[in-house]
Design a protein around this ligand. Structure first.
Ligand code: SF4
Length: 89
């Protein structure tokens, strides 16, 4: 498997606060749209080492989307969503 540059996550926690937005992550919703594994105090995942595949950006890309997008394009599209979430908060 090709080693990719890491996704430039700044740990803003905005995606973890919107798991209700996607049918793939809705099962993680603790009831207010926020993931049941999200730590509000630290803004980090309490289950980081065993988080679901969809939360592991590089692994998810390799398994599900590498035939659809180049990594750079996938990163760019995701960063656009990150920015949108930050503006909406
Ligand atoms: S499992 Fe962890 S990384 Fe995934 S949405 Fe929840 S808090 Fe975020």
């Amino acid at each position: 498997m090709q080693k990719l540059p890491p996704f430039p996550c700044d740990s803003c926690g905005q995606c973890c606060r919107r798991v209700n937005y996607s049918e793939k992550t809705a099962y993680l919703d603790r009831g207010d749209g926020v993931c049941c594994n999200f730590d509000d105090k630290t803004n980090l995942c309490l289950n980081y080492d065993t988080r679901p595949l969809i939360c592991r950006v590089e692994d998810y890309y390799h398994q599900k989307l590498s035939h659809v997008y180049q990594w750079e394009e996938f990163v760019r599209l995701n960063l656009e969503i990150c920015e949108q979430f930050k503006q909406d908060k």
